[in-house]
Design a protein around this ligand. Structure first.
Ligand code: KE4
Length: 427
């Protein structure tokens, strides 16, 4: 039995499914997940000492590559002064100011410890601010595991949602309307019917949890216009896209400014962190200022904040995002060409430092289109690449992530390995 298999068997004895987050269990792609011992730059090594070029990057946070020395030094220095005080610290003020300076939507921001906490709090805030109960989300978008977000579309086009998870009472899903991503007419119809009952719309402004799916022209603007017209709060869930697709997230790339933004991942550089922020008049409703309760023992934790500050400072380097996007483009173009040479139906897309791989002929614009991809081919490709030392996301319905440490040599080696993996599909 391999060391990874031994560790997985041992993990399954005390941790449900052997993992602390379901996607890590490889249920979608099959097989045994490597247990990672360490990472450095674009690489991770598993318990057997096998090296992988990593394109998961902790699902987005590792934008600088793993174990960047400046970030590690900042974490070590902060930790040496104590791990958490449950009292205000200057560092969390500095991080809050950095977020407000960088994101057009943020006048005030509250730090939390995960993306789920950020979106759950933002929705409660939108409901408290508007006094309304209904929320709108989109099929294929994932915003963490708060009850009112684990919801799939109802039976009818404009009927309210049904839980996607056991343990969520139907009543908790009853206020969630699930529309199709990029369905502009559907959004307009929903607001026409329920406009003055809708507290908020929450959207991944570039979707990364149904694989990468970009907004079609007009989709985000329609959300902005309809929310403004009916007094609903527009929430951009930029947990994944924040500081990943550009220095100001999707709101910076598009100029479309939401009322609230949720963040996590990159802003903690790999440490537990999240944030929600936006218009001052809305944030004024959050306790202790206003009636919407929200709290957290480790919110603004000094060690996580130190990692976030060190990370954001390095992202300020001139040309950082141009280089990151250039490397991601080289990867995506190289993979498309390698698949074409092998005669495999495949395409790929990218925005900033995140990318999507699709075993279908065209880039999808909805979950329905993503779902027509050849997931069996993806799973076979995934394992063929993994066996050759490239770690893509272990699901056909996840995005991938490039770090600034993925230099030309790493990208070229990835493309060569992918070429062998594509060829294996044809055998
Ligand atoms: P966390 O609670 O996992 O920190 O964040 C939830 C979340 C919220 N919003 C968006 C847009 C997200 O992508 C996420 C979490 N992303 C997944 C990646 N598909 C995390 C991976 C996992 O669940 O283990």
């Amino acid at each position: 039995m391999t060391r990874n298999a031994e560790l997985f068997e041992r993990a399954c004895r005390t941790i449900p499914g052997g993992v602390n987050s379901p996607v890590r269990a490889f249920r979608s792609v099959g097989g045994t997940p490597p247990f990672i011992r360490r990472g450095a730059g674009p690489y991770i090594w598993d318990a057997e000492g096998t090296q992988y070029i990593d394109y998961v990057g902790s699902w987005g946070p590792a934008i600088l590559g793993h174990a960047h020395p400046d970030v590690i030094r900042a974490v070590q220095a902060a930790a040496a002064d104590g791990l958490s005080f449950g009292a205000p610290t200057e560092a969390e003020v500095e991080l809050a100011e950095m977020l407000a300076q960088r994101l057009p939507s943020i006048e005030q921001v509250r730090l939390v410890s995960s993306g789920t906490e950020a979106t759950m709090s933002a929705i409660r805030l939108a409901r408290g601010f508007t006094g309304r109960a209904k929320i709108v989300k989109f099929e294929g978008c994932y915003h963490g595991h708060a009850d009112s977000l684990l919801v799939k579309a109802g039976s009818g086009l404009l009927t309210f949602g049904n839980p996607t998870s056991a343990g969520v009472p139907p009543e908790f899903a009853a206020h969630t309307l699930v529309l199709d991503y990029n369905d502009i007419a559907g959004v307009e119809a929903a607001f026409k019917q329920y406009g003055d009952e809708i507290a908020c719309v929450i959207v991944e402004p570039v979707a990364g949890n149904m694989n990468l799916v970009q907004p079609v022209p007009g989709f985000l603007q329609t959300l902005r216009d309809q929310c403004t017209r009916y007094g609903a709060v527009l929430i951009f869930d930029e947990v994944m896209t924040g500081f990943r697709v550009g220095p100001q997230g999707v709101q910076g790339r598009t100029g479309i400014v939401p009322d609230l933004t949720t963040l996590a991942k990159v802003i903690g550089g790999g440490m537990p962190i999240g944030a929600f922020g936006g218009r001052r008049d809305i944030m004024a409703h959050i306790a202790p200022l206003g009636p919407v309760y929200q709290a957290g023992t480790l919110s603004g934790n000094p060690v996580a904040v130190a990692a976030g500050i060190a990370t954001l400072r390095l992202l300020d380097e001139p040309g950082f995002y141009e280089r990151l996007e250039a490397q991601t483009r080289k990867l995506v173009e190289g993979l498309r060409n390698a698949a074409a040479r092998a005669g495999v139906p495949f395409t790929a897309d990218h925005v900033g430092g995140m990318f999507g791989l699709y075993f279908r002929d065209s880039v999808p614009t909805s979950l329905a289109e993503v779902s027509t991809s050849d997931t069996q081919a993806f799973n076979q490709f995934f394992h063929a690449a993994l066996a050759r030392g490239v770690n893509f996301a272990p699901s056909a319905f996840e995005a991938g992530f490039v770090s600034i440490a993925h230099d030309d040599d790493v990208i070229e080696r990835t493309i060569a390995i992918a070429g062998e993996a594509f060829a294996e599909l044809k055998r």
